[in-house]
Design a protein around this ligand. Sequence first.
Ligand code: F6P
Length: 549
Amino acid sequence: MSDSPKLTRRPEWTALEDHRAGALLHPDLRELFAADPGRAERYVVRVGDLRIDYSKNLVTDETLALLQELATATGVFGLRDAMFRGEKINVTEDRAVLHTALRAPRDAVIEVDGENVVPKVHAVLDKMTDFAERVRSGEWTGHTGKRIRNVVNIGIGGSDLGPAMAYEALRAYSDRALTFRFVSNVDGADLHEAVRDLDPAETLFIVASKTFTTIETITNATSARSWLLAGLDGADKAVAKHFVALSTNAGKVAEFGIDVDNMFEFWDWVGGRYSYDSAIGLSLMIAIGPDRFREMLDGFRIVDEHFRNAPAEANAPLLLGLLGIWYGNFFGAQSHAVLPYSHYLSKFTAYLQQLDMESNGKSTDRDGKPVEWQTGPVVWGTPGTNGQHAYYQLIHQGTKLIPADLIGFARPVAELNEELKAQHDLLMANLFAQGQALAFGKTAAEVRAEGVPEEQVPHRTFQGNHPTTTILATELTPSVLGQLIALYEHKVFVQGAVWNIDSFDQWGVELGKVLAKRVEPALTEGARVPGLDPSTAALVAAYRELKEV
Ligand code: F6P
């Protein structure tokens, strides 16, 4: 039990409250820029290939200094170092938190319970490399001798979102002769649509599950096996050529009927939502090849090292984490939008939803006490420019403060033809225009000066002062993707550390799982489920009636 003062009673916290109620009571970005001509150049932090411009945030030098003092006082740096050292900072599960070991160089030494885990990480990477190359070259064939042309990843949560997001992001680097599908939903329609046009003889299933007990994944994997065996005339031994597993649980993998030689291991110190750079990334490695996969790991590592070593004032994940705390805890912002101006990042925000919301959606602190401050935000967003024609209206003129990250690239992927490449400037013009409009708005005087009829002036005025952070890189390469993901991983870490919550457990998902298991017999067999509340009992009865109609 810690005897540290409650977060909101810390002097560093109350200093921020005073600052918000005083100097930043009505922050105005026009004024902040006017008062500080160097702001646009100074409020930029660089890490690896990322240029992170935070000048359009509602902060001053004083705000940033006060936020850094809060980070120091709440022990962010000590916890960070403990994480990198392999200490068991996941207190409720008594586990180390070592996704950073997944991208450590071969000669690094990181110990958990006295054992260096780095050789194990590289042994699995080497095994993945060998397998990926065999599939890509056609050397690994299916049961009938045909080469594998389709790879179907079956997993959910961290065992799906990461590989699915990264495959989409790096599609331009993928082997276009191979088809990749990602099945997660226990709704049979997901698997049906994923395999309906595939030849079982050419299809490899990758069953991805840290625990190998997740009901959705085991159910889908069982149905996939039936589909395969039906298509291959029931040849049971076909499973060995068409199913591999990614898991920490060899016993359950064997029980399912997958040869553990075809299992790619990871460990309990890799959280599901931090796992796509582990064996969970096998489908991605097959898609983009082992060299590109390693480039991605190098990208992660660049940001790991930066987070570990960069001074506080130039530490990008620290800065992003603290900005989120500033808005969530001192402005009452409830959500955070991530708006990538890249079609290839169409699944990026969905991935971040699990990373952030499963990590920091907590209301009990590390000492088991209820928190009395806001914790993780609702994370949401879709690629620009689509969002502009849907929900940006609310960001511009609604009643809620929604800080946003705008992410864009200087160059489109090389594969596009010249005409499509030329569209890129238009895409990026939208990103820059939105950042400008959100920050600086349009005053009533400016609207009037355009000759707008007086009754329309209030409707056509933009209040501005909507904070955005703009993250730019030259191109969306594997390394840049790794850098972006590590940036957000460590941002989430910083926030959890300040809020004094365990960002690495997810007890909140358990109750629903238990209840679903209990309710299922009532749906399938009409069994009486003890303890069902009247509302749910009525829904179950209605469902059964409708089913019979
Ligand atoms: O239920 C939540 C969760 O445990 C996530 O944290 C995890 O990513 C997902 O389920 C899938 O778990 P597994 O990889 O064990 O199948």
